[in-house]
Design a protein around this ligand. Structure first.
Ligand SMILES: Cc1cc2nc3c(=O)[nH]c(=O)nc-3n(C[C@H](O)[C@H](O)[C@H](O)COP(=O)(O)OP(=O)(O)OC[C@H]3O[C@@H](n4cnc5c(N)ncnc54)[C@H](O)[C@@H]3O)c2cc1C
Length: 306
């Protein structure tokens, strides 16, 4: 096996990481847990390319980057936080159920112990589990380009350019954190996915929902909601028409039936050689929408969210 990089750096501060990226001037690459990147490098090699970096800049030892914290009404997840940490966090369990459920089904324990949530997003695959959950939480990523600068918070969807194509150039910049508003009183979220029994890595289909409820004329009604699914588009997908339809509606069977019709008109799953046909994915969409909406509604009614 050829050598894919020359030097391996473990910077202790964000500024050190940014300085290293600047020094290598596009010849280094950011690495988190490496669970995607190392396989990608091998795949590129076997497909005839010659991937090589002067250095890998490992962001998992940056001070404070392995923390999940509350800050000014946001939940902030640092770039070294693994799926295992997310699943173990009482804050995420109570206030971001969709993310808790999504990170909990990523791969097996070994990958969850190593792979980061930020890496899941930076890889820019529209079916990545945590990314699908973060989409309904209206997450933002912090883009850091230069040492000494505070960086910019940008909407998560804005970094998705196509399958595996990120607007973040991981040879020159990095994502230092992800943040989102936690679910509040009368709000809840949920995630589900369908995976081949022998499957590894990405699911056949994943879906997440976030709902905010209110009581109108003694009936539960949806004030606001967000729905995401993947892969049903080349980039991270939000079902805007379905969300619009659901706003102001009562949570009942008739609403759920109509919502699935709207979803089928806007989600465009494709046939993929390794996972599923378009037709199969289309069959799954209504069942999954019912599941996430029902569970997000239940979650909104649980005492921990009051
Ligand atoms: C066996 C196996 C099973 C898997 N199962 C699943 C699954 O069920 N669901 C799922 O969603 N994923 C799955 N994955 C994919 C992977 O584990 C996750 O996407 C993981 O979260 C990636 O995080 P990482 O830290 O390992 O990323 P890395 O591999 O370190 O990096 C991924 C990409 O993001 C870039 N990057 C990483 N961190 C940063 C940063 N801070 N700033 C800028 N760029 C950055 C890297 O340069 C690289 O391009 C699986 C992988 C394997 C090997």
């Amino acid at each position: 096996m050829p050598k894919f990089w020359d030097e391996y750096h473990l910077p202790a501060t964000l500024d050190d990481a940014l300085e290293l990226l600047a020094r290598y001037d596009g010849r280094a690459r950011v690495i988190g847990g490496g669970t995607d990147l190392l396989l990608d490098l091998k795949e590129e090699h076997y497909s005839g390319e010659q991937p090589h970096y002067a250095a890998l800049i490992d962001v998992t030892r940056i001070a404070g980057a392995n923390e999940i914290r509350e800050d000014g009404g946001w939940i902030v997840i640092g770039c070294a936080v693994t799926h295992t940490q997310v699943v173990a966090s009482p804050l995420i369990q109570a206030r971001a159920t969709a993310l808790y459920e999504a990170s909990g089904v990523v791969a097996g324990a070994q990958i969850r112990n190593t792979g980061t949530v930020v890496g899941n997003v930076a890889h820019a695959l529209p079916a990545a589990d945590s990314a699908v959950a973060l989409a309904v939480l209206d997450a933002q990523v912090k883009r850091q380009k230069a040492k000494g600068k505070s960086g910019d918070w940008v909407p998560i969807a804005s970094i998705y350019l196509g399958p595996g194509k990120s607007a973040i150039d991981s040879t020159r910049e990095l994502i230092s954190a992800i943040r989102f508003r936690p679910t509040d009183a009368q709000e809840g979220s949920a995630f589900t996915r369908i995976m081949r029994p022998q499957g590894i890595a990405l699911p056949i289909l994943g879906m997440a929902a976030r709902v905010q409820l209110t009581i109108v004329n003694c009936q539960l009604s949806i004030t606001n909601c967000a729905i995401s699914a993947g892969p049903v588009a080349p980039t991270l997908f939000r079902a805007m028409k379905t969300e619009e339809f659901l706003r102001g509606k009562a949570v009942d069977d008739a609403t759920l039936d109509e919502a699935t019709r709207v979803l089928l008109s806007e989600a465009q799953p494709r046939t993929s050689a390794h996972r599923a046909t378009r037709e199969y994915r289309v069959e799954l969409l209504p069942t999954m929408l019912r599941e996430v909406l029902t569970r997000a509604t239940q979650c909104a009614n649980e005492p921990m969210h009051q």
